[in-house]
Design a protein around this ligand. Sequence first.
Ligand SMILES: Nc1ncnc2c1ncn2[C@@H]1O[C@H](COP(=O)(O)OP(=O)(O)OP(=O)(O)O)[C@@H](O)[C@H]1O
Ligand SMILES: [Mg+2]
Length: 297
Amino acid sequence: MPRSDSDIATLEDPATVTGRDKAPAAARQADDDVVIRARGVTVAFGGKKVLDDLSLDVRRGEILGFVGPSGAGKSVLLRTILGLNAKDAGTIEVFGIDYDRASDRERLSVERRWGVLFQHGALFSALTVRENIEVPMKEYLDLSPKLMHELAMLKIDLVGLAPDAADKYPSELSGGMIKRAALARALALDPEIVFLDEPTSGLDPIGAADFDQLIMTLRDTLGLSVYMVTHDLDSLFQACDRIAVLGERKVLVEGPLAKMLDYDHPWVKSYFHGKRARTIVTNDAKPARPTPFDGAA
Ligand SMILES: Nc1ncnc2c1ncn2[C@@H]1O[C@H](COP(=O)(O)OP(=O)(O)OP(=O)(O)O)[C@@H](O)[C@H]1O
Ligand SMILES: [Mg+2]
């Protein structure tokens, strides 16, 4: 996984375990359908808790939409799952491996099985699209330059970019192309799970719908699990199998959309029943956002 200077992992001592599961072994076999299991996770900065006793499951093959107010700690949780933020308490198992207690070899094996599209700094600006996609390959795989080149071109095709995007620099791409190129890099190692932090922010509604469709297609064809932090109500309504809501420093509720719509909490209610949501959930539950074909007429 490519890391910027600020993405250096600061791993703490073995965490104090709180929450539902006590003292899991470092490499306990995961339940077949749970790829991420967070229990009792607490993260504080300067003594101020951002996350407090948070628990969450991400299941294999699902698109989980992770939502919550701005500044609630969505990106902090994502970075904590990736081992880039230290925890004050709790455990997080990815593929049944507790990162804090794992050996270097186990950590490496986990890192090879995930791909990440960060909220900021999606691509290295000094590298072309193809070179960006080759970064994780160079870091984790031992392949010839020719093979890496060919694999990068396959990823470019997979995310729906034209071959000539390969030699372009990020500054030469549109916002939508940058998101796709960043997704191609996240897919470089053929991950089992991808973490996407606000992947459709800044895209127009058709570009965002296209991106959602691409994510759904990849989930269906590659069997990917997708952890998607998003503010995009359309994505939540159309692409996500389950939704988790972060509020009051923990996951307030997780489940299918119907559960969100029924949940009695002021923020959840105003979010899922607010004016913007009402334009999406019509009586016949048809999406309000234009489909990719609407713009083509
Ligand atoms: N490294 C850090 N040091 C200190 N405080 C931090 C750090 N990282 C995040 N925070 C704080 O944690 C809180 C949650 O930030 P986070 O970026 O996770 O919010 P978010 O839910 O992703 O918001 P948004 O929807 O705007 O992206 C904020 O108050 C932020 O200032
Ligand atoms: Mg964020």
